[in-house]
Design a protein around this ligand. Structure first.
Ligand code: MLT
Ligand code: MN
Length: 301
């Protein structure tokens, strides 16, 4: 038997919509359709320490396919699953719609803040997860809890926004509270952070990341005006609550002085030029010590 060891599998490395996105004819989406650059499913990782029981952080609309593509997540008997826990970092569609794939009365726990649970409980479609078998523990910020045997998790506030599908006209980005969180995973020896959405690095975040072996971080957009410049949307990265990679307030600059063991971008939007492995932007991020995650990538911090 192999030694217990923190292990991450990137199930989906794209932001909401995936790559290609159904209605998008941008260069990246077309090239992904033609097989010229890797396609990507939507945002999720799986975490384990023993390789037998797994937690899923964020349940993407592509979860069914992601499980089919990951033999470690296959059942070993009739009506059984290695997936014992699901953890949610916000209530966005790309992070919760996959819960609907997990109906069928196999027990697991959905860990999230009370605010994220409130959003799920006000939408009756999630009643498909039978409360008799699927528990929904509400986790307080800053209080570690057992996610799996041998694996602790702690949720912490990250500047973010209300989920787009419940957003009011007066909504703003950069809210700090229970609606968007990051996760610290620990096996008692190593610490890994997972932050797929983040509007900016606060001093608290900088302090947390300083001791980390591995940080998986928001790689949604390359530039603040990317959605506008590519004609794909009207909002800046800042308004979307995703700090861009480039620029003086971007993640490359913000992480430059933080001594993180390994830095991996996740949750890339289809517009992001780093999705092209040959792009100058990909060279820049790799030169700054970052890896751009791909679906199926395994990380052993
Ligand atoms: C986000 O994190 O902002 C979402 O991925 C946006 C979306 O679902 O389009
Ligand atoms: Mn998202």
């Amino acid at each position: 038997m192999t030694e217990p060891r923190l292990r991450i599998r990137v199930l989906g490395s794209a932001a909401g919509g995936g790559l290609p996105q159904w209605n998008c004819g941008c260069t990246n989406c077309m090239r992904a359709r033609w097989g010229e650059i890797p396609s990507r499913t939507q945002s999720s990782i799986a975490v384990s320490v023993d390789g037998r029981s797994w937690a899923i952080a964020n349940a993407s609309p592509d979860l069914r396919q992601q499980i089919a593509d990951a033999p470690v997540l296959w059942p070993s008997g009739a009506r059984e699953s290695p997936i014992q826990a699901v953890l949610l970092t916000n209530g966005e569609i790309d992070h919760v719609a996959g819960l609907l794939t997990l109906r069928e009365k196999t027990p697991f726990a959905v860990h999230a803040t009370a605010e994220i649970h409130r959003m799920l409980s006000t939408n009756r479609i999630f009643d498909a997860l039978d409360p008799a078998v699927v528990s929904r523990p509400a986790e307080a910020l800053g209080v570690p809890f057992a996610l799996l045997p041998g694996l602790e998790a702690e949720l912490f506030a990250v500047p973010g926004k209300a989920p787009l599908h419940v957003e009011e006209d007066t909504a703003r980005g950069d809210l700090e509270g229970e609606q968007t969180v990051g996760v610290a995973f620990s096996d008692g020896m190593r610490q890994v952070f997972y932050v797929p959405g983040c509007a900016r690095l606060t001093p608290d975040l900088v302090e947390r990341f300083a001791a980390a072996e591995l940080v998986l971080f928001d790689g949604t957009l390359w530039a603040d005006d990317e959605m506008i410049g590519t004609g794909l949307g009207e909002k800046t990265a800042r308004r979307l609550s995703h700090m861009p990679m480039a620029g003086p307030e971007g993640s490359l600059a913000a992480f430059a002085e933080i001594p993180v063991g390994r830095k991996v971008f996740v949750h890339m939007n289809s517009s992001n030029p780093v999705l092209d492995p040959e792009s100058p932007q990909r060279r820049t991020v790799e030169g700054a010590g970052w890896t751009v995650a791909e679906d199926g990538m395994e990380l052993y911090p």
